[in-house]
Design a protein around this ligand. Structure first.
Ligand code: B12
Length: 214
């Protein structure tokens, strides 16, 4: 039964059936399927499938937006459960998608997993200029700053952010981690980031490590 729900949810998101996806997610929740399972086994695979369809020329921007809409509506339903377990935060993490980049699905997943693992998350949103990262870091003093980029053209913004922290003389106060589909460990090393996560779970592991041993 639960495998059925997950498959149906994945398919409804891929097919942009917003109402159906929401209805299945609600039904699955009342049947006791954990929000994290729905996220990992239906919704993330759905977005991966949408990415493949786009890459193959089967889907175009309107289809992508339709699938993102279905994803977002379901994510909003799951979010309260994903955040459960949070009371005394283990630490604070600031996240943002770099300037000129509006992709935020991966970042939202990372935020939800971090919150679910007991961290306070300050999400600066998308298209965030490097100056804002510096200003907000001084304001909130997070232990870790996570930068996301999905475009090969915006990866260079990550370098700008790290450089601006250095120029501002505050680089040593924060751990900066990077992620997003085009980003690699090699790139992270080349810009002087403290860590790279190929998926959101790796991000949670990095943050846990850095908060435990600053
Ligand atoms: C959905 C999507 C969109 C949506 C975004 C909606 C939104 N709210 O995010 C919309 C339709 C708006 C969009 C727009 C565009 N897109 Co787009 N989009 C995608 C798509 C299909 C999926 C991306 C996604 O959400 N993946 C799912 C998530 C879960 O994966 P993820 O982001 O990689 O995140 C995971 C990890 O990387 C990691 N992670 C992510 N961030 C971080 C950060 C840290 C710190 C850590 C540790 C980990 C981490 O954790 C996540 C979960 O495990 C991809 C195709 C693909 N295969 O990736 C194209 C893609 C990224 N888009 C692309 C393009 C070109 C565009 C546009 C320029 C199209 C256009 N011509 O207008 C615009 C860009 C607008 C802009 N200025 O940003 C290209 C990029 C090519 C490139 N290499 O540069 C891709 C690869 C499509 C393609 N095959 O050509 N897009």
């Amino acid at each position: 039964m639960s495998a059925n729900h997950l498959e149906q949810l994945r398919e409804a998101v891929v097919k942009m059936n917003v109402d159906e996806a929401e209805a299945i997610a609600k039904e699955a929740m009342s049947d006791g399927i954990a929000a994290m399972i729905m996220l990992k086994e239906a919704m993330i695979p759905a977005m991966e499938a949408v990415g493949e369809l786009f890459g193959e020329g089967e889907y175009f921007l309107p289809e992508m937006l339709g699938a993102v809409d279905a994803y977002n509506k379901c994510f909003a339903l799951l979010e309260p459960d994903l955040k459960q377990g949070e009371f005394e935060p283990k630490g604070t993490v600031m996240l943002g998608t770099v300037e000129s980049d509006i992709h935020d699905i991966g970042k939202k997943i990372l935020a939800a997993l971090l919150q679910g693992n007991g961290f306070e998350v300050i999400d600066l949103g998308t298209n965030v200029p490097s100056e804002t990262f510096v200003k907000k870091a001084e304001e909130h003093s997070p232990q870790v700053i996570g930068l996301s980029a999905l475009l090969s053209t915006t990866m260079s913004e990550m370098k700008k952010v790290v450089e601006l922290f250095e120029e501002s003389g505050i680089r040593d106060r924060f751990r900066i981690i990077v992620g997003g589909a085009p980003v690699t460990q090699q790139f992270a090393d080349s810009i002087g980031a403290d860590g790279y996560g190929d998926e959101a779970q790796t991000g949670v592991e990095l943050v846990s490590r850095f908060v435990a041993a600053p």
